[in-house]
Design a protein around this ligand. Structure first.
Ligand code: DC
Length: 219
């Protein structure tokens, strides 16, 4: 039996997480936040004080990583039994994840782990290469983007709301740097699949984006 997949790819801060979670909930489908796998690997590597420049070492850590996802109302991620959820969203974790994610050996190890999320009744998969590599035969593909300035503004607002001090120029630079690294890498770069529906969320509300994507799934 064919298990349907909706892929949502795009750069960091485009709102993929919020949109994907909302759609998975509406459709009562499973949800894969593939970025959190790369982020967990980054945490594991940093905690082990491993050499981040060593591709083979990173691939071995990826292969041996005991990750578990508990998707209740809030996603809880455990690494070897320890709850690491609160460490996932930081900019430091994202930057290390982006560096390690460029290694082809790491991506190869993580490929099957991601495919395993394709379970009935369906899957919403969020990442960079969901539609191009991991689920290249997905039924519906979306490429969700927004200008770097708009994404920096959203991130700034999020941090302020959490009471975290932030600098908008620094955030914009970090976003541009991560875009560049994710797009220019040779292995599974950030790029829209030929058959993806391109959606620029710069001037749309969250609900408008959700409704546009849901309309696609109804077709
Ligand atoms: O989506 P995110 O910001 O949580 O992802 C963190 C990093 O992980 C991102 O900068 C690149 C990498 N990543 C990837 O290479 N492929 C994916 N499918 C998801 C994330």
């Amino acid at each position: 039996m064919r298990i349907p997949v909706l892929t949502i790819d795009g750069p960091s801060g485009a709102g993929k997480g919020t949109i994907s979670r909302a759609i998975a909930k509406k459709l009562a489908w499973n949800y894969l936040d593939s970025g959190s796998i790369y982020r967990s690997l980054a945490i594991s590597a940093v905690d082990q004080q491993a050499n981040l420049d060593d591709e083979q070492a990173m691939a071995e850590i990826a292969a041996n990583m005991a990750l578990s996802f508990d998707s209740g109302d809030e996603l809880v991620v455990r690494l070897a039994g320890t709850d690491i959820t609160h460490r996932l969203p930081t900019e430091e974790t994202g930057a290390v994840a982006s560096k390690i994610a460029a290694y082809p050996k790491v991506r190869a190890v993580l490929l099957q782990k991601q495919k395993d999320f394709r379970q009935l009744p369906g899957l919403v998969a969020d990442g960079r290469d969901m539609g191009t590599v991991v689920f290249s035969n997905a039924e519906i593909k979306v490429f969700l983007t927004a200008s770097a300035e708009e994404r920096a503004k959203r991130r700034f607002k999020q941090l302020k709301e959490k009471g975290i001090d932030a600098n908008i120029d620094k955030i914009t630079k970090e976003i541009q740097e991560r875009d560049r690294r994710d797009s220019e890498r040779k292995s599974a770069p950030l790029i829209a699949a030929d058959d993806a529906f391109y959606l620029d969320s710069s001037n749309l509300t969250i609900d408008e984006v959700i409704n546009k994507v849901l309309a696609l799934t109804e077709k």
